[in-house]
Design a protein around this ligand. Structure first.
Ligand SMILES: [Zn+2]
Ligand SMILES: [Zn+2]
Length: 360
């Protein structure tokens, strides 16, 4: 099969032949329908996070089940699925205490002594997030899939696989925003826009969208932001405090830098909670104002929207079909696998909410 392979940090991905194994007892082979290009993919290209190479990136996808292992009963060939990197074992203490997103993932991967799922000749090829969706086929553990209805296009489904779930879930699952509260979202790319529409679903009274790119602020308003703050024009924290009663109840950081994480905390009112969604580069330290903790300000991480994706994702599809969740507007352009490097270039320019790679 064809896949986009990263061989070295800061080099273009190369579309090459990669051999894919057949499904093991609990694995599912999926024909990829669409794959979003997410900022976390770019982090690995740029070496901000390390991964063993060669690697097939891509982790925001949907497709059709091609074949299944002998012990798989959850899906069958022909089923439409969304994949999720939050593959869960179902029996560790994290899974059993209702937080499968934090699963230790001990036995949902192939061990180094087993045949790799992907290879080029004798060289094993890493699957990003155990998915590797920049490829015509994906071989994944059955617990990395959720079966969905088959009347929604792959592009929209793919986005639910990461960006939508990450943004919505941070608001609905991690922070549990209450109706009537005030919310600020820093960074209005694919994930931030979904935090904005998560806040709409949660019934937030004020939703302040913050970004340095004006077009993104306009889009954020279309997604339900009640106020916007242009981050290119000076003190963001001060502006948010002035727009609210001295700060917001909930802030969401969807960029992944030290500066914006600190801003997220500083813009809270007493008792507020900052949720960090962005992937802050390895080695970064965050500095917070100590006395703020006496005012019960909190800061927390959110991984993949604290999802229970087999419950959450089908619900998000229903919200979409009811017109309460925007997905079509998130797909800013479609590309072929061969254009994946162009998609990264557009992302670096900062003007694209989502490029979706389609396969046919
Ligand atoms: Zn992602
Ligand atoms: Zn587990």
């Amino acid at each position: 099969m064809k896949a986009a392979v990263l061989h070295e940090v800061n080099t273009p991905l190369r579309v090459e032949d990669v051999e894919i194994d057949g499904p093991g007892p609990r694995e599912v082979l999926i024909r990829t329908g669409a794959s979003g290009v997410c900022h976390s993919d770019l982090h690995f290209v740029e070496g901000k996070y390390s991964i063993s190479m060669p690697v097939v990136l891509g982790h925001e996808a949907a497709g059709t089940v091609e074949s299944v292992g002998e012990q798989v009963s959850y899906v069958k060939p022909g089923d439409r699925v969304i994949t999720c990197l939050s593959v869960f074992c179902g029996h560790c203490d994290r899974c059993l205490s209702g937080r499968p997103v934090l699963c230790t993932r001990a036995d949902v991967v192939r061990s180094p002594t087993e045949k790799p799922r992907l290879r080029q000749g004798d060289t094993p090829v890493t699957q990003m997030a155990q998915l590797a969706s920049f490829a015509e086929l994906m071989l994944v553990h059955e617990h990395a899939t959720v079966k969905v209805r088959d009347d929604v296009p792959f592009e929209q489904l793919a986005l639910i696989g990461c960006g939508v779930t990450t943004g919505l879930g941070a608001v609905l699952n991690t922070a549990r925003v209450e109706p009537g509260s005030t919310v600020a979202v820093i960074g209005c790319g694919g994930v931030g826009l979904n935090a904005v529409q998560g806040a709409v679903l949660a019934g937030a009274l004020r939703i302040i969208a913050i970004d340095a790119v004006e077009t993104k602020l306009t889009i954020a308003q279309e997604f339900g932001a009640t106020d916007v703050v242009d981050a290119s024009g000076g003190d963001v924290v001060e502006k948010v405090r002035n727009l609210t009663d001295g700060g917001v109840d909930y802030s969401f950081e969807a960029i992944g830098t030290k500066e914006t994480a600190e801003q997220a905390f500083d813009m809270l009112r007493a008792g507020g909670t900052a949720t960090i969604i962005g992937m802050i580069p390895q080695g970064t330290k965050i500095e917070l104002d100590g006395p703020s903790f006496l005012r019960e300000k909190r800061i927390q991480g959110s991984s993949m929207g604290s999802n229970r994706f087999r419950i959450d994702m089908p619900r998000y599809i229903e919200f979409y079909l009811q017109g309460r969740l925007k997905l079509d507007e998130l797909v800013t352009q479609r590309m072929k696998l061969e254009q994946v490097n162009e998609a990264f270039e557009d992302m670096k320019q900062g003007y694209v909410a989502r490029t979706v790679i389609t396969f046919d």
